[in-house]
Design a protein around this ligand. Structure first.
Ligand code: HEC
Length: 388
């Protein structure tokens, strides 16, 4: 019976690693191309003996990794610069350093995942999980304590008698002929049976659906189910574009929200004027917020000498002549937008508090440059001579 079966290849089995390496290098020299070696563990020198070329897998890894880089750069550019531009710390929309980590991660992710998938599909022929050598006595031996070499029939140089002679010349423990497996037919995969299964499945599920949902269905609370209302993301025929969610009419301002026209603008053409008077109450608020949000970097008195000194890019003193000449609106603009490495504080400090801080900065300015009259005023108010 075995004579009728198709031969897959001729195998030789060895007991010593040295023998298989010698055999492999001779088979390679003979010019065979469809052959392989099976050993229970990796053998040093086998790649050279088999004259294997470096794997082409690396090109797939490189290609997919670079595609990942390009893809994520395009995505971040599109989302943050075109689709949904967000001002973050007054930086330009596409600020590359922020995207380096995600770029690196996506590059590595695509490179590795595609390497595994390419290896499985191109090299291991996934989804086929079968190989002629599986479950043969040969495979059992080479996964235990033997070293095997197989020359396949599909090799253009294959001639059974010559191959056997060549293998025998290596003085192997045994020579085996490996046959293709007989194809096993399962009646369960007969098209007729599968069609029958599909029809039964459709009939049962369809019948159940119709019985439960149509024949036996009683609408519960249908006065609540069918209301005249629009829910988010729903469709409504009332409007031409049929969208339930409406975009606000152009120029609409949300209640309680005052828009700031100079977001992400470096130097606005004009600055807003301070709506707060420097009352005791406002200054108290400004001092509190300055000490909470500004002093960690700028120092308690704005000298640029905070406890973060040298751990963060040092902020400038707020007492230079240049900054003393800033308009109130310019301070407001910097707190709102941030400035270079200084982040925006809109999320932490509301509009009123920002103006209060500006007033408090003016107090610091005056305190650092007090005139004789200022000193007299303080002595009169507090009864102490602060100069001492
Ligand atoms: C995280 C640290 C940090 C905090 C907190 C911070 N700043 Fe700054 N600030 C900086 C740095 C750094 C600079 C210098 C930026 C640059 O490179 O121009 C700066 C610059 C400034 C400048 C001067 C800009 C110029 O043109 O020279 C002003 C004014 C200023 N900050 C005000 C404030 C106010 C008001 C607050 C509180 C709401 C505040 N900063 C909070 C770090 C900070």
């Amino acid at each position: 019976m075995s004579n009728e079966r198709k031969i897959y290849g001729v195998a030789a089995l060895f007991t010593k690693p040295d023998d298989i390496i010698k055999a492999a290098s001779k088979v390679a020299n003979e010019g065979y191309s469809k052959w392989d070696v099976n050993t229970p563990y990796p053998l040093h020198g086998m790649d050279n003996a088999m004259k294997l070329k470096p794997s082409k897998l690396g090109f797939i890894t490189l290609f997919c990794g670079l595609s990942g880089t390009a893809l994520i750069l395009m995505l971040t550019y599109f989302t943050n610069s075109i689709d949904f531009p967000l001002v973050i710390g007054g930086k330009q929309f596409f600020a590359l350093p922020a995207y380096i980590p995600i770029t690196f991660e996506v590059t590595v992710l695509l490179a590795t995942v595609s390497t595994v998938i390419a290896m499985l599909t191109f090299f291991f022929k996934f989804p086929s999980n079968n190989h002629v050598l599986h479950d043969t006595p040969y495979m059992k031996k080479v996964s235990l304590d033997h070293f095997g070499i197989v020359i396949e029939v599909s090799d253009p140089k294959f001639e059974q008698s010559k191959v056997e002679e060549l293998l025998r010349s290596f003085d192997p423990e045994s020579i085996e002929i490996i046959y293709h497996k007989e194809e096993i037919k399962y009646p369960i995969f007969e098209p007729k049976f599968i069609t029958f299964l599909i029809i039964v499945a459709l009939a049962v599920s369809g019948g159940t659906y119709i019985t439960l949902n149509k024949l036996m269905f009683i609408t519960p609370f249908d006065w609540m189910m069918y209301q005249d209302k629009v829910i988010p993301q729903s469709r409504i025929e009332l409007f031409k574009d049929e969208r339930g969610m409406r975009t606000p009419v152009e120029g609409t301002v949300a209640k309680g929200f005052i828009p700031y026209p100079y977001l992400a603008v470096d130097e606005p053409p004009e600055y807003l004027s301070n709506p707060l008077i420097p009352s005791r109450e406002n200054l108290k608020l400004g001092k509190k917020k300055f000490l909470t949000y500004c002093s960690p970097c700028h120092g308690n008195f704005g000298d640029g000498d905070s406890r973060l000194h040298d751990q963060f890019p040092n902020p400038p003193s707020l007492h230079s002549q240049r900054i003393r000449n800033f308009e109130d609106g310019k301070f407001y603009h910097i707190i709102t937008n941030g400035k270079n490495v200084m982040p925006s504080y809109t999320a932490q400090i509301n509009r009123n508090e920002r103006w209060a801080i500006v007033n408090y900065i003016r107090v610091l300015h005056r305190a650092k440059n007090a005139s004789e009259q200022d000193l007299e005023l303080v002595i009169k108010e507090t009864g102490t001579n602060v100069a001492n």
